[in-house]
Ligand binder design. Sequence first.
Ligand code: RP5
Length: 162
Amino acid sequence: MNKKNLKVLIVMGSQSDYKTMKLAAKILKILGVKFETKIISAHRTPKRMYEFSTTAKKNNFGVIIAGAGGSAHLPGMISALTSIPVLGVPIESKKLKGLDSLLSIVQMPKGIPVGTLAIGDDGAINAALLAASIIANNNSAVSNKLEKWRASQTRSIKKRPK
Ligand code: RP5
C-alpha cells in the first residue's frame, strides 16, 4: 500500500443516488483527492460488492464513501468485508425522507463500524470533507488544499445579513 497516494472509493446503491453522491465527487475534485465512483448494490449486485470490498485495500483505496437509501445495508456490508474506514451517506428516500436510510446506516451493532453522515446532500458533502481529512493525514498536498478550502469558507460568511 502506498500511503501517500491513497484513493477514495465512492459507491452508491443505485444510479438514482448519483444526484446526491456527485456532490461528494465534486468536493474531492476541488481538494485534489484521487477517487473512483461505482454503483454497487448490496442486494442487487452482491457479488460485485464482495469483489470490490475485498480488493479495495490492495487497490490502494484509503476510505470508502457509501451512499444508500431505504433499507440501507450497503455501508455496513462493505465495512464487514474490509477494515478500510467506511463513511455512510443516508440517501433521502421518497417515502420516509431518508429516516429509514439514516437509521439503517447509523445503528450498526458493535464490532463493525460505519461513520454516518447527515441525510442527503449535506451528508455527501461532509463525507467527502471527512474522507479528505483522513487522506490528508498522509498527503500534505490534500492537507494544504483542505486548509485553504476551510479558510475560504470562513471568509465567505458575511458579518451581517442583507
Ligand atoms: C437503494 O435503493 C439505493 O441506494 C437507492 O437509494 C434505493 C432506490 O433505488 P432505485 O429503485 O432508485 O434503483 O438500494
